[in-house]
Design a protein around this ligand. Structure first.
Ligand SMILES: NC(=O)c1ccc[n+]([C@@H]2O[C@H](COP(=O)([O-])OP(=O)(O)OC[C@H]3O[C@@H](n4cnc5c(N)ncnc54)[C@H](O)[C@@H]3O)[C@@H](O)[C@H]2O)c1
Ligand SMILES: O=P(O)(O)OC[C@H](O)CO
Length: 350
C-alpha cells in the first residue's frame, strides 16, 4: 500500500510512522525544508515530536505533487485554518480513485463546514473518510496501545484505511456516520479547555466527571440538532476522545485551559503552546451556531464568557451550578418535563 500524509505536525508524523510500521510505502509532505531533511536523515521530527523516533521508511518532501502521485490513501493532517488552502494546492494532483482522509478536528468559520465537507467541495471525491478517536500523537509515537475510528459511508475507504493503519499497537474501528464522528472530534476540544481550567483551579474528580458527562449531553444535543446520529457519541470518536482530551496534559486544548486556570491570558496561553489548539476557535463558532439555532449549550457559552469576556472561571462555575436543575439523560426524560415539574415541589424560599 502507498500512503501519503499532508502535514508535518505531530499527528501527521504519528500517522506516517504507523503506516510505515505497518509496511506501507509512506511519503509525507511538509513546507519546512530543514524539517524534511531532519525526518529523512535523523528519522525524527524535532519541531513537533522531538522525543520519539520515526520509522526510517517514512520519506518526507516539500514536493506536494510527488508526495501524492502514487498514493492509494492520502491523509490530511493540516490545521483547519489552512485546510482548504492545502486542498486547493493538492487538487490538481489528485486522482478520483484516491482515498482522501481528514484527521483534523476543527471547523471552518465560513458556512460552519467540517473538513470532510471541504474535501467534498474541493475534489468531488466519492472516497472520503474521517479518522477520529482518542489519539494523542505523543502516545501513538510511543506505540501505546491505541484505537481510532475511520468513519465513511464508502466501504472501500473504510477497508483501505483499516488495512493501511491497523497494526499491533493501533486498532482501527469502522463507522458510517462521517458527520457525527467529525463533529465529535471538534466539539470535545471545547470541553478539554474547560477540564484543563478546572484542574488548574484545584477542582476534584467529581467535578471532572460532572463536566465530562454534561459535555457529552451537550455535544449530542448539538449534534442531533444538526442532523448527526447521537449513537456515534457512544463510540471512540465521541466519548472516547472526550475522555482522553479532558484528562491529559498531552492534549494541547487541555493545556490551554490549564494555563488560563493558572492566570495566563488567552494570547499567553496560545503562545506558550506553540502548536494548534483547535478548541479556541471552535468554542467561538459553536457558540455562534448554537445561538443561531437556539441550541442550549450552557457549558460552551460559559467557557466563551471566561475566555473572551473576562468572566472569572470560578464565578462562571458557580453560576452554572445555580442554573435550573435539569434532566440527566434527556433522550429519555426531556428538560421541559423536568422544568414543568418544578412547580410540584415546595418553593425553596417558602
Ligand atoms: N496532535 C494530536 O495528538 C492530534 C491527534 C488527533 C488529531 N489531531 C488533529 O490533527 C490536526 C493537525 O494537528 P497536528 O497535531 O499535526 O498539528 P501541529 O500543530 O502539530 O502541526 C500542524 C502542521 O500543519 C502545518 N501547516 C500549517 N499551515 C499549513 C499550510 N498552510 N500549509 C502546509 N502546512 C501547514 C504546520 O507547519 C505543521 O506542520 C489538528 O486539527 C488536530 O485536531 C491532532
Ligand atoms: O492535543 P489536542 O487537544 O488537539 O488533542 C489531540 C487529540 O484530538 C486527542 O484525540
Amino acid at each position: 500500500m502507498r500512503v501519503a500524509v499532508l502535514g508535518g505536525g505531530s499527528f501527521g508524523t504519528a500517522i506516517a510512522s504507523i503506516a510505515a510500521d505497518n509496511g506501507a510505502t509512506v511519503r509525507q509532505w511538509l513546507r519546512d525544508a530543514a524539517l524534511v531533511d531532519q525526518i529523512n536523515h535523523e528519522h525524527r521530527n524535532g519541531r513537533y515530536l522531538p522525543d520519539y523516533p520515526i520509522n526510517p521508511a517514512v520519506v518526507a518532501s516539500t514536493d506536494l505533487a510527488a508526495t501524492v502521485a502514487e498514493a492509494a490513501v492520502v491523509f490530511i493532517a493540516i490545521p483547519s485554518k489552512a485546510f482548504r488552502g492545502v486542498l486547493e494546492q493538492a487538487r490538481e494532483h489528485l486522482r478520483p480513485e484516491q482515498i482522501l482522509v481528514t484527521t483534523t478536528k476543527g471547523i471552518q468559520a465560513e458556512g460552519f463546514k467540517l473538513m470532510s465537507q471541504l474535501i467534498e467541495e474541493e475534489t468531488g471525491s466519492s472516497h472520503i473518510g474521517v479518522l477520529s478517536g482518542p489519539n494523542l500523537a505523543a502516545e501513538i509515537a510511543q506505540k501505546q496501545l491505541t484505537a481510532t475510528v475511520i468513519a465513511s459511508d464508502d466501504a472501500v475507504t473504510r477497508a483501505y484505511v483499516q488495512a493501511a493503519l491497523g497494526c499491533g499497537y493501533f486498532r482501527v474501528y469502522a463507522g458510517n456516520d462521517r458527520y457525527g464522528a467529525e463533529l465529535g472530534g471538534s466539539l470535545k476540544n471545547i470541553y478539554a479547555i474547560a477540564a484543563g481550567m478546572a484542574a488548574a483551579l484545584g477542582m476534584g474528580e467529581n467535578t471532572r466527571a460532572m463536566l465530562m458527562t454534561r459535555a457529552l449531553a451537550e455535544m449530542s444535543r448539538f449534534a442531533v440538532a444538526l442532523g448527526a446520529n447521537p449513537m456515534t457519541f457512544l463510540g471512540l470518536s465521541g466519548v472516547g476522545d472526550l475522555i482522553v482530551t479532558c484528562s491529559s496534559q498531552l492534549s494541547r486544548n487541555y493545556r490551554v485551559g490549564y494555563a488560563l486556570g493558572e492566570g495566563a491570558n488567552l494570547d499567553e496561553a496560545i503562545e506558550a503552546l506553540g502548536q494548534v489548539a483547535e478548541g479556541v476557535n471552535t468554542v467561538k463558532l459553536v457558540c455562534a451556531k448554537a445561538r443561531e439555532e437556539g441550541i442550549y449549550m450552557p457549558l460552551a457559552q460559559g467557557l466563551h464568557h471566561v475566555m473572551f469576556d473576562d468572566v472569572p472561571a470560578r464565578d462562571m462555575a458557580r453560576a452554572l451550578m445555580e442554573n435550573e436543575q435539569s434532566s440527566d439523560v434527556e433522550f429519555m426524560l426531556s428538560r421541559e418535563a423536568v422544568s414543568q415539574a418544578h412547580q410540584l415541589a415546595p418553593d425553596g424560599d417558602a
